[in-house]
Design a protein around this ligand. Structure first.
Ligand code: KG4
Ligand code: ZN
Length: 340
């Protein structure tokens, strides 16, 4: 029997302070998340300085709780995994410093993880049969990437957003129609009451880059629509706006992912990141994948938003590949996927 590998993982790249214990890559023994959403809602978005301070306050607590719930101590842990980029530099630094301190004191290997690699790996937790290669659509508040997952830890980015991330577009449109922060879940809910064909919002295609995205045009189109309604004194139907906006985003995401699966001859598509919780996106993906004979994978909402379990999974596969970081590991706010 192979030796059991227990990863203690830490995630603090944005507004969630999280720690988790993951056994042998796919079994989550604990997954503790302390969310700062309520705090940042007061300001309509994440305030970096407040996020860093809150991480410092919560970091030890979530780690202690993660060990306790997993019923393990530092002595049982094989390695420490931590998100070291991309994200807010002050926020990342808290997790990285904590991880280095624990790894040094407990004489454990330290493994820095790319946040997006974590989001992709969230799919391995509940889909035990899922193995690379597959297409992964990563849609979060900060990123929109279309990735060919060649192997564990081997990623080829074939498309990205040129401007706003998908989640950012949801958040901005939600703010414009008065729903508040974070906008994604609120638009998702309101869209169910609206007509997705009520307003024709643009679907951007970028000449020569079939897999790149652009969402700033949709956002501007929503703002224009609101202005025109106000000027004409017409009624603003926020449910129709939410439904039509969401439909325009989903259509682009789904069509690019399926096109990529066909071109790269892969019969598996996974989605990841906060926006992967979107019920419309999940439904649309399910339907088209079924039609096209493609297997569709997605994590439960708790593994879509930022969490440390996904970092633990990624760290396990990096550990198996021999990835180790030194005491000079630093937060890298604009870290690129595949960079070391
Ligand atoms: O992955 P995540 O927790 O943080 C980042 O790494 O950015 O993603 C947060 C983003 C936010 O923009 C939020 O509005 C969006 O995910 N989001 C959603 C839904 N739930 C969260 N967007 C659309 N529909 C949802 N149900
Ligand atoms: Zn994230």
């Amino acid at each position: 029997m192979s030796k059991e590998v227990l990863i203690l993982a830490i995630e603090s790249s944005c507004d969630e302070t999280a720690a988790a214990v993951v056994r042998n890559g796919r079994e989550v023994l604990s997954n503790i998340i302390s969310s700062q959403i309520a705090l940042h809602t007061l300001y309509g978005g994440v305030v970096p300085e407040i996020a860093s301070r809150k991480h410092i306050e919560k970091c030890n607590q979530v780690i202690e709780e993660a060990l306790k719930q997993a019923n393990v101590s530092f002595a049982d842990i094989t390695a420490i995994g931590v998100t070291y980029g991309p994200g807010l530099v002050g926020a990342l630094l808290v997790g990285v410093s904590e991880a280095k301190a624990i790894a040094y004191a407990a004489r454990l290997p330290l493994i820095g993880i790319h946040h997006i690699e974590g989001h992709i790996c969230a799919n391995f937790i509940e889909n035990k049969e899922l193995e690379p290669p597959f297409i992964c659509l990563v849609v979060s508040g900060g990123h929109t990437h279309l990735v060919v997952v060649r192997d564990y830890g081997v990623y080829q980015i074939i498309g990205k957003t040129r401007d706003d991330a998908a989640g950012e577009a949801f958040d901005k449109v939600a703010r414009a129609i008065g729903l508040g922060y974070p906008g994604g879940p609120k638009i998702d809910k309101l869209a169910k009451e609206g007509n997705a064909n009520a307003i024709e919002f643009p679907r951007a295609h970028i000449e020569g880059s079939p897999y790149d995205f652009s969402f700033s045009g949709v956002k501007s189109a929503v703002l224009n629509h609101l202005n025109i309604c106000k000027m004409k004194g017409a009624e603003i139907n926020t449910a129709d706006i939410a439904a039509s906006f969401q439909a325009s985003i989903i259509e682009v995401l789904v069509s690019r992912a399926v096109q990529a699966a066909k071109e790269y001859k892969l019969d598996k598509i996974a989605i990841a990141g906060g926006v992967a919780s979107n019920s419309g996106l999940r439904e649309a993906m399910k339907q088209i994948c079924q039609q096209e004979g493609i297997a569709f994978y997605y994590p439960s909402p708790i593994y879509c938003t930022d969490n440390a379990a996904m970092i633990g999974v990624a760290a396990y596969y990096e550990y198996q590949k021999g990835t180790r970081h030194g005491w000079d590991l630093n937060a890298v706010p604009n870290l690129k996927l595949g960079e070391r």
